[in-house]
Design a binder for this molecule. Structure first.
Ligand SMILES: Cc1ncc(COP(=O)(O)O)c(C=O)c1O
Length: 311
């Protein structure tokens, strides 16, 4: 069964979903996307789409910023997603990528009076960061874009040049991931993840006003820490040197899951091993996203593949 896409208001095999070379979003980064995990539960033979609604609520907000007309309600978007995943017939973890974009076929930089379109594609995603071993990071020489430049609270495709510059710089220098600072030198986030520090028994994470994407995994971890471990998260401005002195640090993200940070700028975080709090949150998180924790099943939308597993 080929993977399917929702494209031009129809479900089509992925290979048939093609856009024109003059597509506005391709030239100017004028699109909003999201990334949703479908997590395979072997025991129940079901995929669980994690916090589907929240991803589409965020997409709607991004579209308002970019003046993209997204003519579907959140519920309709959820239904379309379930259908495209069902049709694709995966029996493994998947990654769903909805994209609302300026589909207009013309040259010219602006946001208004242009045609818009919406598509969904489904793919598998190899491990993004090593969540078992943890990652070595550097503080990037690139600064995080500011809300007055391109708003980070929207998952706007053009913003990701900022992330790509930082990620490639980090990888070329031999690190796994980059940590970006705001223009005034405070910790913002990773190239595709939010960041948490564990300091003197408290969880700390940068606030939305420090140019972060308001991550759904970030929110999940804050809720799990509070409900399951009785730990509140302080959302506050974080200094660069707190990265060096924190007891533990970790990234959160749909692609990255909960990934321990074991080193920053060639200084060990804590004892350089995965921290106790990080491990507890990681275990809780994996149980929840795979639909193994009955308390959080409201966050999991089940999808049963319409086709049998190929032998
Ligand atoms: C820049 C950035 N920050 C944070 C995140 C984490 O967001 P979420 O947990 O909603 O995937 C992502 C991933 O989508 C991202 O691209």
């Amino acid at each position: 069964m080929p993977p399917y896409a929702y494209f031009h208001k129809k479900f089509v095999p992925l290979s048939e979903a093609k856009i024109g070379v003059l597509t506005h979003a391709l030239h100017y980064g004028t699109a909003c996307f999201d990334g949703i995990r479908g997590n395979w539960n072997e025991e129940k033979q079901e995929l669980y789409l994690f916090r589907l609604k929240e991803h589409y609520q965020r997409l709607h907000k991004g579209c308002r910023i970019l003046k993209i007309d997204l003519p579907y309600t959140v519920d309709e978007l959820c239904k379309l997603t379930v259908e495209v995943v069902e049709k694709s017939g995966y029996h493994e973890d998947v990654y769903v990528r909805p994209l609302a974009y300026k589909s207009h076929q013309a040259i010219g930089v602006k946001l208004h009076d242009l045609e818009d379109d919406f598509l969904i594609v489904v793919a598998t995603l190899p491990a993004y960061l090593d969540a078992d071993k943890g990652v070595r990071c550097c503080v990037s020489s690139w600064r995080r874009i500011d809300d007055t430049m391109i708003p980070a609270r929207g998952k706007i495709t053009g913003i990701y040049v900022n992330s790509a510059l930082a990620k490639t710089e980090a990888n070329i220098r031999g690190f796994d991931e980059a940590i970006l600072l705001t223009h005034d030198g405070h910790v913002a986030e990773g190239s595709g993840e939010n960041i948490f520090l564990f300091i003197d028994g408290k969880l700390v994470t940068p606030p939305s006003s420090d140019n972060i994407l308001l991550g759904i995994t970030r929110d999940t971890v804050m809720k799990l820490a509070k409900n399951e471990l009785g730990i509140e998260t302080e959302e506050r401005t974080v200094d660069r040197t707190e990265l060096y002195t924190a007891d533990e640090a970790f990234f959160t993200g749909t692609a990255a899951h909960v990934t321990p940070i074991i080193e920053v700028d060639e200084r060990q975080v804590g004892d350089g091993k995965i921290g106790e709090m990080t491990k507890k949150l990681q275990d809780l998180y994996f149980g929840v996203i795979k639909g193994k924790n009955p308390k959080y099943m409201d966050w999991c939308t089940p999808v049963r593949a319409k086709v049998a597993k190929a032998s």
